[in-house]
Design a protein. Structure first.
Length: 454
């Protein structure tokens, strides 16, 4: 019994000295299978979500796209901290682009939320991104990618940019079949010119009209154009009123027919007269039915073609097939009206504006195309001197035709027609003998001058 007491005391003392306090006990390592899994890293091939707010729904949508691009850039450069090191370059060269579509795979673009808070639109979307396009911008501007051993440097001109992983090899060229305008094809815009381009893109004047030979009823045609114009007005976009366009079309039809234009449509002629920057021809194919509950249904396909009034060139083509039928228990007219208003304002016109702005922002880098006629050009040597002086003040100057009586130039210039007129006067003042040049007419992007030569 005595030995049993000593044994119990010995075990108690051993327990006190070998067991750590509860607060200091170490948790035995867990098997790998029982540890909480870290969230998987997002792949650049995955969908990216983005959100944006603005008083314009189009601007809010573009902010959502660039929010998604920003998330991808953080992965590409190695984290948010690395992004902050180059934030000024990224803001200037990437994030503030006026053409976010170049970085988005638009076939995957999904709108997940559109809402309003006061005057602000809230736009959320998910999309896959054009990672190669983003990568080209980063590399061209000296922003190193994660894992790259090439030190960051100042922005290099796109034409001489090389792949950091292969310093001796030139940057990959576009496929021979890709003949779209690319950065580097034309002299880069200066900061002042870029500011002018942004201003012009944000202040384009649109004229929406219907196709000349449409088989739709006048009522439906007016509904299409009116709905499009309602969208433009609500988004503070400058436009030509339909009544004004129809009035000018009626007044100018005889003049147009007398002029016997072969390469200019009547709608294009009207857009030129009203100084529209772009004109949109909108059409639809609408199917009207009723169901077994005597409800009126309307569904259809819609199309909008965007043109340059000065050349008649197609700038964009947007189509949308509305599979969800608009319904009305009252009449087929009301169902059709609901279909047109909802589709044109919510689906068609946002894409038209987005596509047009993207194209114009890219295309204006080479300048706005003007046709300028100079009358009384008998002194060919003097005109050659004047042409050289003018070339220094514009982006590009091409001679379309030239004779003793008249010379016609194609001029690409970043600025308005009045600003081009000033550039012509400054060029003429620098050439002795051309000081007497004066303006005869300005109509849209067509200018006519007389040299004043005897």
């Amino acid at each position: 019994m005595k030995y049993l007491g000593y044994l119990i005391l010995f075990v108690s003392i051993l327990g006190c000295t070998s067991t750590p306090p509860a607060g200091n006990r170490e948790t035995p390592p867990q098997p790998a299978s029982s540890r909480p899994a870290a969230p998987p890293a997002q792949s650049l091939d995955d969908f990216f979500s983005g959100s944006g707010t603005d008083v314009s729904m189009l601007a809010a949508m573009n902010r959502a796209k660039m929010d998604a691009v920003r998330k991808a850039v953080r992965i590409m450069v190695g984290g948010e901290a690395k992004e902050r090191l180059y934030i000024e370059t990224l803001e200037n060269r990437l994030y503030n682009t006026s053409n976010p579509n170049q970085f988005v795979n638009m076939n995957t673009f999904e709108r997940t939320r559109v809402d309003r808070a006061g005057e602000q639109y809230i736009f959320e979307a998910r999309m896959k991104l054009n990672i190669d396009a983003i990568k080209r911008v980063l590399e061209a501007n000296g922003v190193p990618l994660a894992g790259s051993t090439t030190p960051a440097g100042p922005a290099a001109p796109p034409a001489t940019t090389q792949n950091p992983s292969s310093p001796s090899q030139p940057a990959p060229q576009a496929p021979a079949s890709d003949l779209s305008i690319r950065q580097g094809d034309y002299e880069a815009a200066t900061e002042d010119e870029a500011r002018i381009i942004r201003r012009m893109v944000d202040n384009l004047t649109y004229m929406v009209f219907y196709p000349e030979n449409s088989t739709l009823s006048p009522q439906v045609l007016r509904q299409l154009v009116t709905s499009a114009n309602q969208y433009l007005v609500s988004n503070r976009v400058q436009l030509v009123d339909l009544d004004a366009a129809e009035r000018v079309k009626a007044d100018q039809r005889r003049v147009y027919e007398d002029q016997n234009f072969r390469d200019v449509t009547l709608t294009q002629w009207v857009a030129q007269q009203l100084n529209a920057d772009v004109y949109v021809e909108i059409s639809a194919n609408i199917v009207e039915t009723t169901n077994d509950r005597r409800q009126f249904l309307a569904r259809g396909s819609f199309e909008a073609k965007v043109y340059d009034p000065s050349t008649g060139r197609l700038l964009g083509n947007v189509s949308f097939n509305q599979l969800n039928a608009a319904m009305s228990p009252v009449s087929i007219d009301l169902a059709r009206t609901n279909l047109i208003q909802n589709t044109v304002t919510q689906e068609l016109m946002p894409r038209v504006i987005e596509q047009t702005k993207g194209y114009m922002a890219q295309n204006l880098q080479r300048g706005i195309r003007y046709e300028v006629i100079f009358q009384n050009t008998s002194d060919a040597r003097l005109m050659a001197q004047f042409r050289r002086a003018l070339q220094r003040r514009v982006k590009t100057l091409n001679v379309l035709n030239q004779s003793n009586t008249e010379s016609k130039y194609e001029i690409f210039f970043i600025g308005s027609a009045s600003e081009l007129e000033e550039a012509i006067y400054r060029a003429s003042d620098s050439v002795p003998g051309m000081e007497g040049i004066y303006n005869v007419m300005i109509r849209g992007r067509n200018l006519t001058f007389n040299t004043g030569l005897n």
